[in-house]
Design a protein around this ligand. Structure first.
Ligand code: AMP
Ligand code: TRP
Length: 333
């Protein structure tokens, strides 16, 4: 059955292996099933929920678009656009924020993490950000939303918002309730420096992540310095308990090799980390180096990237402006 796919990535720099294995790799697989209709959004309105340098933001919007393309998203087949160019996103976010309940948003764990200790000083945008995310998805009647594990709660909220809108305005099935698509084994790639911390764009240590723009030398160095423990690799999956670094590295290897964790465990059965790290570096270089080279090539052609985003936004706007018109009609405007 054909799926309507929508997903977004924030243009906040340092796109990394977690973004690739947890999300973008899946975008490409979904796109390659010809019957699916795919829309991938550079969510710049989300990015400004924390302070951005305007020049950096502009650069990062192009870099995110370049990353999509370098990873295999084909602009002739999928829509690639940036959120701020389609005004319906902001309009729908406002209307949906009047349907959403404060109690629902108060439960969002990502806000608590991102706002840190001084919540009073966080922007209102950071707090209401999941409502904007719901608007993104619901404007396109998306049936499936591929994301990493950290977005699961936001998608549940999106489903609640859709159902409440449909109820409040007696419009059964008007907003389509989307299904999350979360890769079970690879939905949460952890830091190379700490196996219980998520790999993240904002980690101050560059050694904690493999960036999609890293060259071979950087990849080798980061794998060499990746944290491990003193035991050999495990014999069975159950031996991974309390060995978060070993588990993370084996998961990364499995995802790159398109095999399940058990296969990787058998492959390195009680070998030492130096043998494994060699193979891991090889697999990482094989996947990341071509992407990183292609990103650099694409970034030299800003005109091309701007044209892709402009053409994508015209296509997206056609879909979203029709939906927002219907939403306004239902609300009574
Ligand atoms: P963001 O960079 O926060 O916009 O995230 C873009 C996509 O990458 C989202 O679907 C996230 O869930 C996913 N993602 C981000 N970090 C990780 C990670 N460490 N492991 C797996 N997926 C991730
Ligand atoms: N909130 C997502 C993140 O931080 C990005 C995002 C925005 C998104 N809108 C979306 C993801 C719609 C899926 C669908 O990663």
């Amino acid at each position: 059955m054909s799926k309507k796919i929508f997903s977004g990535v924030q243009p906040t720099g340092n796109l990394h292996l977690g973004n690739y294995l947890g999300a973008i790799k899946n975008f490409v697989e979904l796109q390659n099933k010809k019957e699916n209709q795919c829309i991938f959004c550079v969510v710049d309105l989300h990015a400004i929920t924390v302070k951005q340098d305007p020049r950096e933001l502009k650069k990062n919007i192009r870099e995110t678009a370049a990353t999509f393309i370098a990873c295999g998203i084909d602009p002739a087949q999928s829509i690639i656009f940036n959120q701020s160019m389609v005004s319906a996103h902001s309009e729908a976010a406002w209307i949906l924020s009047c349907v959403s309940r404060i109690g629902w948003l108060n439960r969002m764990t990502q806000f608590k993490e991102k706002a840190g200790k001084d919540k009073e000083k966080a922007s209102i945008g950071l707090y209401s950000y999941p409502v904007l995310m719901a608007a993104d998805i619901l404007l396109y009647d998306a049936s499936h939303v591929p994301v990493g594990d950290d977005q699961k709660q936001h998608l549940e909220l999106c489903r609640d918002i859709a159902q409440k809108f449909n109820n409040d305005f007696t419009a059964p099935d008007f907003l389509k309730v989307p299904e999350p698509l979360i890769q079970k084994q690879f939905s949460r790639i952890m830091s190379l420096k700490d196996g219980i911390k998520k790999m993240s764009k904002s980690d101050p240590s560059d050694l904690s992540r493999i960036n999609l723009t890293d060259n071979k030398e950087k990849i080798l160095n980061k794998v060499k310095k990746a944290k491990t423990d003193t035991l050999p690799l495990p014999k069975e999956a159950k031996d991974l308990a309390n060995r978060p670094e070993a588990e993370n590295l084996l998961r990364i290897y499995s995802s790159l090799k398109n095999q399940n964790l058990e296969n990787s465990i058998n492959e390195f059965n009680e070998k030492n980390f130096s043998t494994f790290k060699e193979k891991l570096s090889e697999a990482l270089t094989e996947t990341i180096e071509p992407i990183s080279k292609e990103i650099k090539k694409l970034l030299n052609d800003e005109k091309y990237l701007d044209t892709i985003l402009l053409e994508g936004s015209v296509k997206a706007d056609k879909i979203a402006s029709k939906k927002i018109k219907e939403i306004k009609e239902l609300v009574g405007f």
